[in-house]
Design a protein around this ligand. Structure first.
Ligand code: CA
Length: 255
């Protein structure tokens, strides 16, 4: 039997203070071939991530932690320009947690209690999307129903690189989170069409309609700061009153 050369195990940091849950995750992720490190509080996790430059491929980050909570940890990481993908664990039916998590820079979320298989699938997807490798000869995948955008989208002197998660403007390069990139991709794929907040919640973020939609507005405010010359008078990310938002690649003002 020939042995496939083994890739080094992906290193996952689990930040969770509930010992039982943390141990369960450790056991199951190790069984999947991951190298797993447990941490029971946010302060220590941040020390490991920032001070000692420990390289992790992904972080499973609980929101409810003693001391610094998950939001603070994620925000501190991103502020320090550490873009290790974060899968945030939130309490069930706390949509505001989910949205606060995205705002803090989390890449994906899972509500507790969760199914282990779902966590594994999300983690796998997060790692695959971040460690993206081009597959030029890949067969057609069944994605006909999914709106597709090119990996790089040019508009009005700017460039969105969906693969590298970067927005290039003439003056700077802005690092996008996966969720920001997903939202932008959806709007770009539907350029010129008004996209409702409900559609964004359901199709981009997999949240239900009863979620407070103001969080989307906060997201749009941030994206406007990235890409609009005058964020108070947006030309690309236009508000469609009573509906939602519309992406307009050309520099023509909304009426
Ligand atoms: Ca906890």
């Amino acid at each position: 039997m020939s042995e496939q050369p083994r890739a080094p195990a992906r290193r996952i940091l689990i930040v969770e203070d509930e010992t039982h849950l943390a141990q369960g995750l450790l056991f199951n992720l190790q069984a999947e071939g991951y190298a797993v490190i447990l941490c029971a509080d946010g302060e220590t996790a941040l020390q490991w991530l920032l001070d000692e430059h420990a390289a992790f491929d992904a972080i499973v980050l609980d929101v409810m932690l003693p001391g610094k909570d998950g939001f603070e940890v994620a925000a501190a990481l991103r502020t320090a320009k550490n873009y290790t993908p974060v899968l945030m664990l939130t309490a069930r039916s706390r949509a505001e947690d989910v949205l606060a998590g995205f705002a803090a820079g989390a890449d994906d979320y899972l509500a507790k209690p969760f199914d282990l298989s779902i966590l594994l699938a999300r983690l796998h997807s997060l790692l695959r999307r971040v460690h993206w490798t081009p597959t030029p000869a890949a067969p057609e995948v069944a994605s006909a129903s999914v709106a597709t955008a090119p990996d790089v989208f040019h508009f009005a002197g700017k460039r969105i690189d969906f693969e590298q998660l970067e927005l290039h403007t003439p003056t700077r390069i802005i690092r996008l989170t996966l969720m920001e990139a997903d939202l932008l991709r959806h709007l770009v794929c539907n350029a010129g069409r008004a996209v409702s907040r409900k559609e964004i919640l359901e199709q981009v973020w997999r949240l239900h309609e009863d979620t407070d939609t103001r969080a989307i507005d906060n997201f749009i405010v941030r994206l406007r700061r990235y890409m609009e010359a005058d964020p108070a008078h947006p030309v690309h990310l236009q508000t469609v009153r009573g509906v939602g938002y519309r992406f307009q690649p050309e520099e023509k003002s909304a009426r």
